[in-house]
Design a protein around this ligand. Structure first.
Ligand code: BDR
Ligand code: CA
Length: 313
């Protein structure tokens, strides 16, 4: 049965691809898109989500804007990766729709409370909206089906040596999310760095030859150039679709149980997701952690998800 998800995102190039994957794969039903500040300001991440919806012909999914800043710290954005608009590399049309008036936090709470055991939350940006939703209505922890997030890592970060971007931007929110009594899967950099788009992937997407595929290639080329300049690595990791893939086809992402805690006070390590795979008396595991990715299956899923959209035009 298709899994209902709320995609909480900060588009962002890889967020845009996660929206397209969630829309285009039958294993997942996109019930709402909620936006948060992260890769760029809330204004731009919301505009970008709407732009992607227009591109893909997504007209029946509400887009709700959420928190404009982290819980405690000033917002850190990522223009060095995602450009000045957050989504450079394609000439975007004016969005066909506007965001709904509801706040993202209310939308998350209302949907989860109304459908016990049905909704999977898929946060792929900083965890501010999810943490505030938990504070507003702690019972969402019992009502949600599960949480599958892109963020964190157990072998080193990307913003700092220790911290991954989504957790680094709002570590206090991440600590709340990891501390809640709900089933949580962390899809961190160990998984998403494997989803590096090489030339064969570019060619496969290009060969779909549709407005959506051309936009994806344009975005990926921009993202590739930025990533190469920043890191010296040429094949850019398509982080956020990995979390959607884990919901759609869990067998693609091997996981292990662990105890994960977010570092909030490190001199060099704030935002680190300290991951303990050891079994220790009195410390129950509180998360599943992605440890790998079946690449052929992942890319087939992603590219197939773009194909039906190709036929809409
Ligand atoms: C995460 O950071 C953002 O820049 C990406 O969209 C992704 O969610 C990777 O660290
Ligand atoms: Ca993101």
């Amino acid at each position: 049965m298709s899994r209902r998800i709320i995609l909480d995102c900060d588009p962002g190039h890889d967020d845009a691809m996660a929206i397209l994957l969630a829309h285009g794969t039958p294993e997942v039903t996109l019930s709402a898109i909620t936006t948060v500040a992260g890769n760029h300001t809330l204004e731009l991440t919301t505009l970008n989500a709407l732009r992607v919806c227009t591109l893909a012909g997504i007209s029946d999914v509400p887009v709700a804007a959420g928190c404009a800043a982290p819980l405690v710290r000033p917002l850190v954005t990522a223009p060095e990766i995602h450009g000045t608009t957050g989504l450079e590399g394609h000439a975007w049309e004016e969005p066909a729709a506007r965001a709904v008036p509801d706040h993202a936090v209310d939308m998350i709470v209302d949907m989860v409370m109304a459908s016990p055991g049905e909704i999977t939350l898929v946060p792929i940006g900083p965890l501010t909206n999810i943490a505030v939703a938990l504070r507003k209505e702690p019972r969402i922890a019992e009502r949600v089906r599960e949480v599958v997030m892109m963020g964190g890592s157990y072998t080193g970060g990307n913003v700092t040596a220790a911290a991954e971007f989504n957790v680094y931007v709002d570590p206090e929110a991440a600590a709340i999310v990891f501390g809640a009594p709900w089933p949580l899967t962390m899809i961190g950099l160990e998984v998403t760095r494997l989803a590096a788009a090489g030339e064969t992937i570019f060619e496969r997407i290009e060969s779909l030859d549709s407005p959506v595929s051309r936009a994806v290639v344009g975005m990926l080329r921009f993202y590739q150039a930025q990533h190469l300049r920043e890191t010296g690595v040429s094949d850019p990791p398509v982080h956020d679709p990995c979390a959607v893939a884990c919901v759609a086809r869990p067998e693609l992402v091997p996981c292990r149980e662990a105890y994960v805690e977010v570092e909030l006070a490190g001199r060099l390590t704030t935002g680190m997701t300290v991951t303990d795979f050891r079994r220790r008396a009195g410390v129950p595991f509180d998360a599943k952690v992605g440890t790998g990715l079946h690449l052929d299956g992942f890319w087939d899923l992603f590219i197939d998800s773009l194909a039906p959209q190709a036929h809409r035009f």
